[in-house]
Ligand binder design. Structure first.
Ligand code: BTN
Length: 331
């Protein structure tokens, strides 16, 4: 299957040009000749950016000027925020996509390098855990997938999943000051409601992971949440009472993944499990309803085992490790 066409890199240049000339009106023909497209294309792209909420003043006859710094997740804006690391060395941007995880998995099987990032302003079929869909409103959230090629066995997958949660929690705190709780394995919650979900998908042989795709969805500037999700979901804007920069949050997220992933490779699972345990109120002593797909029961959490599984004690006294499934706090 052919890969969908990603955002034209010349649009990146258009944004760069507008930022570099933020204090003046840039004539349409000058933009067209500098980035190598027709004036009609410049007009089309300006309209597309406006649809995403980028405030650009001006008309084709007069020229264009940014009204304020844009918050679009394009390489031109993310690149300068990232260091020399591998995560995000290549960022593939889409305005609209079915699912960043689906495309990242296809890129991985076509040989995409470790650290390649796929990001979309909107998803039409965002995937959640357990075959659910992920609500992916245009331009308000972050929908991103990171391709990792860990030199590890498939048994490392649970630790990678926890690593992603730790990285997301740290990034949100760094970029917004909001301190989220982590619900096993890696949902982020604010005031008990979820504003970030992570779906880890992979291709592997028996003894070796080929590629791991970490898909992260963050509800950032959503003003409202659809009725059916309102009891369980929220956004950073709803909880923090103001808009946040998606560019700053995503850049922080990619930097954190770089650091936490290196820590995992260097020091092994224990370092990540320690951080996860410190950041999560669900690690110990939380009364939860456990849903495994085939069964549902009540239990109390009692730590994370060395592989990343959640230790639980059932109400009938039996202790076990939960490797997959979902938990919900019992109040
Ligand atoms: C969950 O159910 O909590 C996981 C949600 C994961 C959503 C993200 S959005 C970016 C990436 N692409 C997808 O299709 N899903 C993940």
């Amino acid at each position: 299957m052919a890969m969908p066409a990603s955002t034209d890199r010349r649009l990146d240049k258009l944004i760069q040009l507008l930022i570099q000339n933020a204090t003046v009106v840039v004539p349409g023909p000058k933009i067209a000749s500098e980035i190598g497209v027709t004036r009609a294309t410049v007009w089309d792209w300006i309209e597309k950016l406006r649809e995403l909420g980028v405030e650009i003043k001006g008309l084709p006859a007069t020229g264009y000027q940014l009204a304020k710094l844009p918050d679009v997740l394009v390489p031109a804006l993310l690149g300068p925020e990232l260091g020399e690391g591998e995560i995000g060395h290549k960022i593939v941007h889409y305005f609209r996509l079915d699912s960043t995880n689906a495309v990242a998995l296809r890129m991985a099987s076509a040989g995409a390098r470790h650290g390649t990032v796929v990001v979309a302003e909107e998803q039409t079929a965002g995937r959640g855990r357990f075959g659910r869909t992920w609500y992916s409103e245009k331009s308000t959230g972050i929908y991103v997938s990171v391709i990792l090629r860990p030199p590890l066995a498939p048994s490392a997958a649970p630790a990678l999943t926890l690593m992603a949660g730790v990285a997301a929690q740290a990034a949100v705190e760094r970029a917004t000051g909001l301190v989220a709780d982590i619900r096993w394995p890696n949902d982020l919650l604010l005031n008990g409601k979820k504003m970030c979900g992570i779906l880890t998908e992979m291709s592997a042989e028996v003894d070796r992971l080929h590629a791991v795709v970490i898909g992260i969805g963050i509800n950032v500037n959503h003003r409202g949440i659809p009725d059916e999700l309102r009891p369980i979901a929220t956004s950073l804007r709803i909880e923090g009472g103001k808009n946040y920069s998606r560019v700053q949050i995503l850049a922080a997220l990619l930097r954190e993944i770089e650091q936490q992933y290196e820590l995992l490779l260097r020091e092994g699972n224990q370092a990540i499990l320690g951080r996860w345990t410190a950041a999560s109120s669900y690690a110990r002593g939380k009364r939860v309803r456990v849903l495994t797909g085939s069964s549902e029961f009540h239990a109390v959490t009692s730590g994370i085992d060395p592989s990343g599984a959640l230790r639980i004690r059932r109400d009938d006294g039996r202790e076990e490790s939960l490797v997959a499934g979902e938990i919900v706090e019992l109040k």
